[in-house]
Design a protein. Structure first.
Length: 252
């Protein structure tokens, strides 16, 4: 039994829920325990093991998987765009948001002072804990299993963070405003699937007229998909309008 386990083990139900949300089952429970131990807890208990070394490793794993994903998925994007995207995807705000979905805050082992100051809700501690989990998965299951877990996070994060300089929502807004119309209005019209794997359906309208509908695992992703469909509809409409002949007396 590791020092982390001896100091404050997860209950069987807690561990099962966390592993299900994370999408990975640990072979070495000691690595999972260590990933949840903050330095403040280790100092109070006289432990050598805490999660900072795992966090260091997990940060590197996350960075590599994120960079490769962006490189492969956006072959036409310049380096500057890819760098901005990577920074957004690995930022503490995005990481802590996902950690919240995992309900990680209540599982972190914190010192008394850190716990009293709301450490379980601090963005930085949640982000560090998630990176430590990535590192623990890497050591426990190897590079490919770690990639699967990180990819699962990145798929969620891509629907939550805005990094593109001109995405479909921006382009749609600019196009309708150029035509003198008001801003597009987005509405979630349906939610499908179980709570842990929900999909949102969004509809975008201008002047009350629906232009496009899209679905995604997050509301933002569904909005972007709806905007993309609306742009396609506008383009089809533009192509279908017959060219008007010039006024009498004018030449083409």
């Amino acid at each position: 039994m590791s020092e982390g386990q001896a100091a404050g083990s997860l209950g069987a139900a807690e561990r099962t829920r966390l592993e299900q949300r994370l999408g990975y089952r640990f072979g070495d429970g000691g690595l999972l325990e260590q990933a949840l131990i903050h330095r403040s807890f280790a100092n109070e208990r006289g432990l050598d093991a805490h999660n900072e070394r795992l966090e260091f490793l997990g940060d590197a794993v996350l960075g590599l998987v994120a960079a490769e994903r962006l490189f492969r998925r956006h072959p036409d994007r310049p380096e500057g765009d890819l760098a901005r995207a990577k920074s957004a995807l690995v930022a503490a705000g995005a990481l802590s948001g996902y950690a919240g979905r995992l309900e990680l805050g209540g599982l972190l082992r914190l010192g008394v002072g850190e716990a009293r100051s709301g450490g379980g809700r601090k963005s930085s501690l949640l982000a560090d804990g998630l990176e430590a989990l990535f590192g623990a998965v890497y050591l426990d299951g190897g590079p490919e299993r770690a990639r699967e877990v990180v990819e699962r996070y990145l798929e969620w994060a891509e629907g939550e963070v805005e990094w593109e300089r001109s995405d479909a929502k921006t382009e749609l807004q600019e196009r309708v405003q150029a035509g003198g119309d008001p801003l597009p209005v987005y509405a979630i019209v349906a939610e499908e699937g179980p709570e842990h794997d929900k999909r949102f359906v969004c509809e975008v309208a201008v002047r009350g007229e629906p232009l496009g509908r899209g679905a995604g695992r997050t509301k933002k992703e569904a909005q972007r998909e709806a905007a993309a469909r609306a742009l396609e509809a506008l383009e089809r409409s533009r192509r279908d309008v017959p060219e008007q002949p010039p006024p009498a007396g004018e030449e083409r």
